[in-house]
Write a protein that binds this ligand. Structure first.
Ligand code: DC
Length: 234
């Protein structure tokens, strides 16, 4: 079922939105999902929730076997309503905890573990298969859903990304945030399993000089084009 909006016709496919942090992915993906009546899936939130489970269990995020055991035993539920996205771990909402500095520092290590990715990708595919979805992450267009009707890779200059992230984490120092972003980018793009990169067939949009609404307008146009292309083909 698609969420109700006042715009027609409905988008019935998948929008895969990939890119590093600070490119505006989450805000854009949520707003786009609301506009086109689709579900919204934040896959980064799922890797972050797995990291919370690992930290709670007192397990070293580098210990692949121990991490895989914790993640196999956790219960993760996500709401894909773009007006109320929620991440629930073992029955309790963890929306604040998944954004903590401690979680952010450990999430790259946890998300690099093959068993963790296999499990979460499977859950992500089930969610995407159940409804029209705007899914955001690092590997949506390449691994999770390569057949997505719309595949976009968002970028932005390092300075802009750091300023946006520091703005979200009120009071943070832009230079420290830039260093953390560089560290995570380097790790995520060089890991052995599903390294973060621009998916084949994706369109790259540099958001450095664009407002959120300008990016959402561009994506909405691509989604609507994909509907009319499908009609022409059938
Ligand atoms: O988008 P984010 O900052 O919330 O993502 C958190 C981490 O999870 C990031 O370091 C990369 C990882 N991630 C991933 O490996 N694959 C995804 N599909 C989404 C996020």
């Amino acid at each position: 079922m698609a969420f109700e909006t006042d715009t027609a016709p409905s988008f019935t496919g998948v929008v895969a939105l990939d890119g590093p942090s600070g490119t505006g992915k989450s805000t854009v993906a949520r707003r786009l999902a609301s506009r086109i009546g689709a579900h919204y899936l934040d896959t980064g939130a799922m890797y972050r929730a797995a990291t919370v489970a690992v930290l709670r269990a007192g397990v070293d995020p580098q210990d692949a076997d121990a991490v895989a055991r914790v993640v196999a035993g956790m219960r993760l539920d996500v709401s894909t309503d773009p007006s109320a996205p929620r991440t629930v771990l073992d029955g309790r909402a963890v929306d604040a905890e998944i954004r903590s500095a401690e979680t952010t520092a450990a999430v790259s290590a946890v998300s690099a573990i093959a068993a963790v990715r296999t499990q979460l990708v499977q859950q992500q595919r089930l969610l995407i298969a159940s409804a029209p979805t705007v899914a955001e992450g690092r590997d949506i267009g390449s691994v999770v859903w390569p057949a997505a009707e719309v595949k976009v890779y968002l970028t932005a200059s390092e300075q802009v990304r750091a300023e946006r992230r520091a703005g979200e984490l009120k009071g943070s120092d832009v230079r420290a945030v830039a260093a953390e972003i560089r560290r995570r980018d380097a790790f995520d793009s060089t890991r052995a399993v599903s390294p973060s990169h621009r998916p084949d067939g994706s369109r790259e949009i540099d958001t450095s000089e664009l407002t959120v609404d300008e990016v959402v307008d561009m994506l909405e146009q691509l989604a609507r084009q994909s509907i009319s292309n499908r009609k022409v083909r059938t």
